[in-house]
Design a protein around this ligand. Structure first.
Ligand SMILES: Cc1cc2nc3c(=O)[nH]c(=O)nc-3n(C[C@H](O)[C@H](O)[C@H](O)COP(=O)(O)O)c2cc1C
Length: 213
């Protein structure tokens, strides 16, 4: 397909770039009102410094109006990414409802908050891990805002952390991923398999070839 419309590109891209992790983003507006919304256009982009990206589309309609999350992050220059697992999957979905002004998504979803370590935006207590972020920049391309956040503090629940690495006990995290829209998600429970990362020497040995350098 060529010359795909925005709507077609959305449908195809979310089906192909999948599964996607979900950032349940908490942010504060200028009056200090807390906001929470999920975004699956989300990933880490670098580790030195630690940086994440969140893609936030504008509100539907011809006018260029950013979603509350994007506006809050521009205004306060900070946000928290709360990791979504099976336990809070339904609550995360409630946070995506476009509630009228004055209603709090977290209260409606039955989620509670805990103060973060560094930023003034609280994290979600029921979330197993969170990334406290300072906005590095927001890039506006067409009707999308790509928010780059420097990760300045990472919280992982004790039972999910192997201090030796430190590693996340990913098989216990039970995080979920978003698929092609249409309400489709994937679990990560009991679905791990291993592929050994080979060196060039191991590759040659496996193929029975002599070492050539
Ligand atoms: C699982 C899930 C993932 C979503 N991912 C995105 C996304 O990546 N970008 C986006 O703009 N909206 C996404 N949405 C929709 C927003 O969450 C929704 O528009 C929300 O109301 C925005 O809230 P806000 O105005 O408080 O920021 C997603 C919704 C769900 C349920």
């Amino acid at each position: 397909m060529t010359n795909v419309s925005g709507h077609e590109a959305y449908n195809l891209l979310i089906g192909l770039v999948a599964p996607r992790p979900i950032a349940l983003v908490t942010s504060l507006n200028l009056e200090g009102k807390l906001n929470a919304a999920p975004f699956s256009a989300f990933n880490y982009m670098g580790t030195d410094p630690a940086i994440v990206a969140v893609g936030v589309g504008n509100r539907p309609g011809p006018a260029i109006i950013g979603k509350d999350t994007a506006q809050n992050i521009r205004n306060r220059r900070e946000f928290v990414v709360n990791i979504v697992n099976e336990v809070i999957a339904e609550q995360m979905n409630v946070c995506a409802i476009d509630f009228p002004t004055g209603m709090n998504e977290l209260t409606e979803a039955g989620l509670t908050t805990t103060p973060s370590s560094v930023v003034s935006t609280p994290r979600i207590t029921e979330s197993p891990a969170c990334l406290e972020c300072r906005e590095y920049t927001t890039v506006e391309i067409g009707r999308s805002r790509i928010i780059l956040g420097l990760v300045i503090s990472i919280f992982v629940r004790d039972d999910l952390l192997d201090a030796a690495g430190p590693y996340v006990k990913a098989e216990k995290l039970h995080s979920i991923g978003r698929m092609n829209g249409l309400g489709n998600y994937v679990r990560t429970r009991d679905s791990f398999f291993q592929i050994h990362r080979m060196s060039y020497e191991e590759w040659l040995k496996q193929k029975g070839r002599p070492k050539d350098r």
